[in-house]
Write a protein that binds this ligand. Structure first.
Ligand SMILES: [Cu+2]
Length: 141
């Protein structure tokens, strides 16, 4: 009896894992999980602008021709209103969350972060990239 229950549980876990790794499924609207992020000159495009609190995995794809980075900060400011010093955003003004640096053209790194409810901004803070438009808002419920 025990074994049969265990087998059933294992079976459904396998199904869940299979469903998650299909990759073709679009990110659920407002759900946590994986959020696709396209970097280019000069934009950051997320395939979901909201997520649920918990672990969110950003699946980054640098479709541009230049190196970029993927910086996550927690702030109530809108993505287009961050304070700029010299040629970039003053990251010390924010609660840093995590980042991926030095993303080469064509690279597809992933970053899993544990996000609390609130507003986040994702940006590339290489010289002048933020000013050229490399930012996006992301809200966690
Ligand atoms: Cu950039």
């Amino acid at each position: 009896m025990r074994l049969r229950i265990l087998a059933a549980v294992l079976g459904s876990i396998t199904l869940l894992v299979g469903a998650c790794s299909s990759g073709a499924a679009p990110a659920p609207a407002g759900g946590s999980g994986t959020v696709g992020a396209e970097l280019s000159e000069w934009a950051i495009k997320l395939d979901a602008s909201t997520g649920k609190a918990g672990t969110v995995t950003f699946s980054v794809n640098n479709k541009g021709e230049k190196e970029h980075e993927f910086v996550i900060v927690k702030t109530d400011l809108k993505a287009d209103s961050l304070p700029v010093v010299d040629d970039g955003v003053d990251e010390s003004a924010f609660t840093p969350v995590d980042e991926i640096e030095d993303i080469a053209a064509g690279a597809t790194p992933s970053l899993a972060v544990d996000l609390q409810p609130g507003h986040y901004v994702i940006l590339c803070n290489l010289t002048s990239h933020y000013q050229k438009g490399m930012y996006a808002d992301f809200d966690v419920q």
